[in-house]
Design a protein around this ligand. Structure first.
Ligand code: SIN
Ligand code: CO
Length: 389
């Protein structure tokens, strides 16, 4: 995709312009981002998902029986929906892209961002007045109006320590003031991009308001350091440790002196400062599935010969919904393919193919090592055979 072509879904901005001026920096309202948008699922289907075991769903009531801003977590019994008031509540279902292929297809419009930055597509339903209160998210999000109308008000960038209402399960801002003219009613197909840390409040203005949140994730420094340290911990030999050969006699036996601190610092910095090792960890962490138990590994190892035969017969492999892939070049020919938190060395074009949206059919067999890697990914549950193909 040329990065300077104007993209209608970005309101005519090119990918490069959007990334330069808006991504992580400023909101962008895009009227008609998806012209004539037909929401791929209806409110009843969303409620159906919220009743299923293993699907993350929340019900937020502005005036719940037990007080203001009540949150209940799914799975829900269908009777719950019948007992709700006529207005002022929201149902939110995470990762709908994992369950509804037509929702996952929307992601094809977001190829101006690295796929491994994606978190999921959350869909919310609300009758009139429904919202989750004014709040701040730590993630970039594209809020696509799917059905009905929602009024969005933005309150500008707020500091990390902005006060939130105490004593409830939601992080709702105590103070929210609309900044300037940042107040719009979105219709189906309109989309609002919000960077992290930007206060926002979206209230349903219609009977059946469905909003799709295409959310992106970025690990916090706190998560990254803990996770990298865990990864390093598994790799480093027990013999690599604090060492003080050749040190001068201590001035005071009780003192932790500068020399000791410097030796420890050097050991830690040396082990951390290894770009190749860091990339191996980063690829694994960014491809970790959102819900690990959604991966279904195969019971018996797959024979690569059987993969070859099936592909040659015209069968096609599918990337499992929710599986994540990324690749990183090792040199001009070889790469690491990261899949669902694991990494494997392979031919670079093969890693690129598997981490793309392109079909995985017999053509893949032209690439060296394809049958073995595809068999391993089938075994891990990252790929499966297209049963309908
Ligand atoms: C919603 O869809 O109701 C809330 C989405 C958000 O504010 O992040
Ligand atoms: Co939000």
């Amino acid at each position: 995709m040329p990065t300077d072509a104007p993209l209608p879904m970005l309101g005519g901005l090119s990918a490069a312009e959007f990334l330069r001026d808006h991504w992580q920096r400023r909101p962008l309202l895009i009227r008609g981002a998806f012209p004539d948008f037909q929401c791929p699922l209806d409110p009843d289907e969303l409620a159906g998902l919220a009743c299923e075991e293993g699907i993350e769903a929340r019900l937020v009531e502005e005036r719940g029986e037990a007080g203001p801003w009540q949150v209940r977590h799914g799975p829900f019994d269908e009777a719950v929906f019948g007992a709700l008031p006529e207005r002022d509540w929201s149902l939110l279902v995470q990762a709908v892209d994992h369950y509804v292929p037509e929702v996952a297809e929307l992601l094809e419009a977001f190829t101006f961002l690295p796929r491994w930055r994606l978190d999921d597509i959350m869909i919310s339903y609300a009758p009139p007045g429904g919202s989750v209160g004014p709040h701040v998210d730590q993630y970039d999000v594209f809020l696509l109006q799917g059905m009905g109308r929602r009024r969005w008000q933005l309150g500008g960038k707020v500091p990390d320590d902005a006060p939130i209402i105490a004593g409830i399960d939601l992080r709702i801002l105590e103070h929210f003031e609309v900044e300037g003219d940042d107040d719009w009613v979105l219709e189906p197909g309109d989309m609002l991009y919000l960077p992290p840390g930007w206060a926002h409040h979206g209230v349903s203005q219609s009977e059946d308001c469905l909003t799709l949140s295409v959310g992106f994730r970025a690990p916090s420094a706190d998560e990254a350091i803990t996770s990298f340290a865990d990864y390093l911990g598994e790799q480093l030999p027990a013999s690599l440790r604090y060492a003080d050969a050749g040190m001068p006699p201590p001035e005071d036996v009780g003192e932790l002196d500068d020399g000791a601190v410097e030796r420890m610092r050097a050991l830690i910095l040396e082990t951390l400062d290894d770009p190749a090792r860091l990339a191996q960890w980063f690829g694994r962490v960014m491809t970790q599935p959102k819900y690990v138990d959604q991966l279904v590994p195969s019971e018996r190892p797959t024979d690569p010969g059987a993969v070859v035969a099936a592909l040659q017969e015209g069968e096609v492999l599918l990337r499992s919904p929710g599986s994540r892939f990324a690749w990183r070049a090792q040199d001009a020919q070889r790469a690491t393919l990261f899949a669902d938190g694991d990494g494997a060395g392979c031919a670079l074009p093969l890693a690129r193919l598997i981490a793309s949206d392109a079909p995985l059919d017999a053509e893949a067999l032209a690439l060296p090592g394809a049958a073995e890697l595809l068999a391993a990914l089938l075994d891990a549950g990252s790929l499966s055979w297209d049963e309908e193909g």
